[in-house]
Design a protein around this ligand. Structure first.
Ligand SMILES: Nc1ncnc2c1ncn2[C@@H]1O[C@H](COP(=O)(O)OP(=O)(O)OP(=O)(O)O)[C@@H](O)[C@H]1O
Ligand SMILES: C[C@@](O)(CCOP(=O)(O)OP(=O)(O)O)CC(=O)O
Length: 361
């Protein structure tokens, strides 16, 4: 699909008011998106596991207004007005105005909540923007009931990308790939697709335990981090590496080769942080406990031969990835050795999920 496919068709008459609710998951990238050009076009392709427990639930109530020259919305986060989330949503709505022309016809009340701490590297912007995009697509579907399902989800992903790049990978389930890649025929820079190649059953119910090392707001947002990839001394090599890692991942995902999976995933995580450490300005988002945990995971893996690995997003929290057959062993290890490194002993057991769902009120 191209941008033109996402331009709106003829609408039925607009309803006076209504309300829709969607729940969208967060995701964790295996090959990372880090670097972009306007507008929200990734510098390299990426792929992620869709999560299950870490999710945003968003309701959008819409009421027709008298004028149609401005965007108008209220935002409630976990029951309270949240002014500091509004600019990102305002930018998002301005970017998608061309594609969703009923936006200025309504006043929207957005009520949203996350099942996990936001702005700490668990991709709350991804689940948040995905849930909001799906709500808007749901309204569009009411106005254009003949819209087919493939277009509905591709456009939801397209809109979500304009809110936050990684959000386009939070619409569908299991494994989602985003970014044009020469060897993935339906891949697109504009929206995420369900990974089109063979995936070994071991990855279908893979576990992700997120260790909350630091729950507070991080010092640099991902959006700022992406900008620092412009003119980055290692940028071009990094982008090529991501293309090549997607190629390498294909047989690994098909065969369930966990040893190679671990190498690739951990290297991606450390490369992401190496990019941050070598940008100008440079920054370190890992905390001492992040490194303690990584070292303990390596030691545990070496000693017990358990196929557990770590990955990181742009934050200090550690995602531990492991097959469900290793659940008992890994969770015992977390309990015995890792909880002490988490803020207030907090962690989230999550797993690969099926994608966003509509909630009927
Ligand atoms: N439920 C939500 N609805 C709408 N916007 C949200 C929601 N939750 C978070 N956000 C937006 O996402 C921002 C946090 O995004 P940011 O990229 O800084 O961190 P993150 O998404 O938690 O981590 P990552 O770096 O892994 O993407 C918040 O400041 C807010 O603007
Ligand atoms: C490190 C990452 O999590 C980066 C996520 O970046 P965002 O999607 O949050 O950035 P914006 O497009 O500016 O909103 C890696 C990844 O998820 O691929």
């Amino acid at each position: 699909m191209t941008e033109k496919d996402f331009l709106p068709g003829a609408y039925q008459e607009l309803p006076e008011n209504g309300k829709v609710t969607w729940k969208a998951p967060s995701n964790i990238a295996l090959v990372k998106y880090w670097g972009k050009r306007p507008v929200q076009i990734p510098a390299n392709p990426s792929i992620s596991f869709t999560l299950d427990t870490c999710a945003t639930t968003t309701s959008v109530s819409f009421r027709k207004k008298d004028t149609n020259d401005t965007l108008s919305f209220d935002l409630f986060f976990e029951g309270k007005p949240k002014e500091d989330f509004k600019p990102k949503i305002q930018t998002f709505l301005e970017r998608i105005d061309l594609y969703v022309p009923f936006l200025k016809e309504y006043h929207f009340t957005i009520e949203t909540s996350n099942s996990f701490p936001h702005s700490s590297g668990i991709a709350s912007s991804a689940s948040g923007m995905a849930a909001l995009s799906l709500c808007l697509m749901d309204i569009e579907k009411q106005l254009n009931p003949t819209m087919d399902e493939a277009l509905f989800y591709a456009k939801a992903s397209y809109l979500a990308r304009l809110g936050s790049g990684s959000a386009c990978r939070s619409i569908k389930g299991n494994l989602v790939q985003w970014g044009k890649h020469r060897n993935i025929s339906n891949s697109s820079d504009l929206y995420g697709i369900e990974y089109p190649f063979e995936v070994n059953p071991v990855f279908r119910n893979y576990c992700d335990t997120i260790l909350l090392v630091h729950k507070g707001q991080k010092q640099v947002s991902s959006t700022v981090g992406h900008q620092l990839m412009h003119g980055h001394p290692y940028g071009e090599n990094r982008f090529e590496q991501a293309f090549s890692n997607l190629d390498k991942l294909k047989p690994i995902l098909a065969n369930g080769d966990l040893e190679e999976f671990i190498k690739l995933v951990e290297s991606e995580a450390l490369t992401l942080h190496a990019m941050m450490m070598t940008s100008m300005p440079y920054f370190i988002l890992m905390k001492p406990d992040t490194l303690e945990i990584i070292n303990k995971i390596w030691k545990f893996r070496e000693e017990t031969k358990t196929p557990v690995c770590f990955t990181l997003d742009a934050g200090a929290n550690v995602h531990m990835l492991y097959p469900s057959s290793a659940k008992e062993k890994v969770r015992g290890f977390i309990q015995d050795e890792l909880i002490g490194h988490c803020e207030n002993g907090q962690y989230i057991h999550d797993r690969v999920g099926m994608g966003a769902i509509k909630i009927n009120d």
